[in-house]
Design a binder for this molecule. Structure first.
Ligand SMILES: N[C@@H](CCC(=O)N[C@@H](CS)C(=O)NCC(=O)O)C(=O)O
Length: 196
């Protein structure tokens, strides 16, 4: 079996899948896509917009970062990125499910410079900070899919949009702890390469 990841370095959804592939050590080829000139074959693979990431396994196509990451988790259960306990797994999945309203929507509002975006984002960051006061990781006791699902945006807030995480000490500490993992350190470097 051979995996290809259709990928764009600047895309935080792709970063989710890059982190999971790295954590699990899954051999794969990366096909870098120019999002400004999206190839027609990508639109055919993932209609209607040709969004990335897309995973291609010997011609079988799977889009949607959260779905790809769960697929990889089931396909390569070791090392696990979801807790063993069903309730803890559900709690991690709930965070992934609520990503848009918690962080994604205010993040993109800030990027568009929408009125009220800063306060909206601050509310989301406070919520995440509160969760991380009660547990070392968003996935619970160990690093996992909920952490993977939020980290790429936190790295971009910090590295590209100049948002300080200092007002959110537990969140700030969590980013630093996660960045010690090679899979996330690679993403810190990717974000640094996007500056300018
Ligand atoms: N729900 C999708 C979102 C993927 C997505 O929006 N990717 C962006 C790049 S970050 C994209 O391809 N956007 C279309 C565009 O830039 O035209 C996922 O989780 O994979």
């Amino acid at each position: 079996m051979a995996f290809s990841l259709y990928d764009a370095p600047r895309c935080p959804f792709c970063a989710r899948t890059r982190i999971v592939l790295a954590e699990k050590g899954v051999p794969h080829e990366t096909v870098t896509v120019d999002l400004a000139e999206r190839p027609a074959w990508l639109v055919e693979h993932n209609p209607p917009d040709g969004r990335v990431p897309v995973l291609d396994e010997d011609g079988w196509i799977l889009p949607e970062s959260a779905v790809i990451d769960e697929y990889l988790e089931e396909r390569y259960p070791d090392p696990p990125l979801l807790p063993a306990d069903p309730g803890e797994r559900a709690a991690a999945r709930l965070l992934v499910f609520r990503f848009d309203e918690t962080l994604g929507d205010p993040y993109y509002a800030l990027r568009r410079e929408d009125p009220g975006a800063e306060a909206w984002l601050a509310g989301g960051l406070r919520g995440l900070d509160g969760l991380l006061r009660g547990a070392p990781f968003l996935t619970g006791r160990e690093f996992g899919l909920a952490d993977v699902s939020y980290l790429p945006w936190l790295l971009r807030l910090r590295g590209l949009l100049g948002v300080s995480l200092e007002p959110y000490p537990a969140l700030d500490r969590w980013v630093e702890t996660c960045a010690e993992r090679p899979s996330v350190a690679a993403e810190v470097e990717t974000v640094a390469s996007l500056v300018g």
